[in-house]
Design a protein around this ligand. Structure first.
Ligand code: ATP
Ligand code: LTN
Length: 338
């Protein structure tokens, strides 16, 4: 039996490597939790896991330096409080390992402009706000994150699928020009919860960068705030409480209920048969409040001493830096650098 993670050993018994990333911006919400973090936690024992706090991605949008630093700690605290286990997973900060930025440059130089111009997330964001070159290049940095660690699987929400596919294309292009170097990663998208929608507008994905009060439930929201956001969630003028994708407001709330309770859809529908939206929302608020309580209390314990989280992040980076440096050295050699 293999215990813990084996990072360097190759062999038949080796666990598959999972890598994912999350930006230390805004407030982590139940969409991030149900669509990504929860899956990272439940599958930890099965895989060799690396989770990256992507601060270089975060600065593609202007950040207040003090807030960014505190958000990095907060996010790390939340990941550990939610159940990331240091014996099974490595959590580190992207900018602590300089190989990410270096490999990005090399990948930039073999990625056709047309591939990047197809990225829908950039197209959407650039229509709404003033953007910089970093935001355009965001997917190449994400490809570097993934390819530096011989990643097998990349668990993400639906919105990131196209970026993982681009990482595959870039890896294949590199391999075909310079010879087998990168492992080709696979995206893993959850069947349910891959796209939790905004409570104020169920046609838009719940997102950290949307700041309207009723948009998202944050993992550190108090019970009162959770209750008022849930009661205020947009539904429709019908009454029936059913999993019907054509009714995005109530469907989204039901999916959240399903994921927090683990109860089957049929049972949930039976439970609320003949009841009104207000009754359902009251129960949903209780379920979310109870679901987040253990995480919130562990978070308070873990962050009582700020330097503790910092020390975990230093340890996380030092354990995996050798993997990234090894790949980067191979890549530089193949490209003819140095
Ligand atoms: P931003 O609005 O700043 O882009 P975000 O809310 O999309 O932030 P990220 O840090 O970009 O959050 O994403 C972290 C993880 O959460 C990714 O795997 C992403 O796919 C997933 N995720 C983000 N939003 C949702 C959502 N609404 N439903 C399910 N998964 C989500
Ligand atoms: N772009 C991702 C975050 C991210 C990521 C990664 C996810 C950065 N690097 C590598 C998976 C693998 C997002 O969620 N917005």
């Amino acid at each position: 039996m293999q215990t813990g993670i084996v990072l360097e050993t190759k062999g038949a018994t080796m666990k598959k490597r999972v890598l994912s990333g999350i930006q230390p911006t805004g407030n982590i919400h139940i969409g991030n939790y149900l669509g990504a973090i929860k899956h990272w936690i439940t599958s930890q024992a099965e895989f060799d896991n690396i989770f990256c706090i992507v601060d270089l991605h975060a600065i593609t949008v202007t950040q207040n330096p003090k807030i960014l630093k505190s958000k990095i700690r907060e996010l790390a605290g939340l990941l550990f409080a939610a159940g990331i286990d240091r014996k099974l997973s490595h959590v580190f900060v992207q900018s602590h390992i300089s190989a990410h930025a270096e490999l990005t440059w090399i990948l930039n130089c073999l990625t056709p402009m047309g591939w990047m111009q197809r990225m829908t997330q950039f197209k959407e964001k650039s229509q709404k706000e003033q953007v910089n070159v970093g935001l355009f290049d965001y997917p190449a940095l994400m490809a570097a994150d993934i390819l530096l660690y011989e990643t097998d699987l990349v668990p993400v929400g639906e919105d990131q699928k196209q970026h993982v596919e681009l990482a595959r294309d870039i890896a294949q292009r590199f391999n075909s020009i310079y010879g087998e170097t990168f492992k080709i990663p696979e995206p893993v998208i959850p069947e349910t919860g891959a796209r939790i929608m905004g409570l104020d507008d169920p046609t838009k994905k719940m997102s950290k960068s949307e700041t309207q009060q009723g948009h998202a439930i944050h993992l550190l929201d108090s019970p009162d705030v959770i209750r008022s956001k849930t009661m205020g969630a947009v539904t429709d003028s019908l009454r029936e409480i059913r999993f019907d994708e054509n009714r995005p407001g109530i469907y989204n709330l039901l999916v959240i209920y399903e994921l927090f309770t683990g109860i089957s859809r049929a049972e949930i529908e039976a439970r609320f048969e003949g009841k009104g939206y207000a009754d359902f929302k009251k129960d949903l608020a209780d379920v979310i409040i109870e679901g987040l309580k253990p995480l919130q209390s562990r978070y308070r314990d873990l962050t009582a001493d700020e330097s503790y989280i910092d020390s975990l992040l230093v340890e996380g980076a030092s354990k995996i830096r050798p993997i990234a440096e090894k790949i980067l050295t191979t890549v530089k050699d193949k490209v003819g650098l140095g």
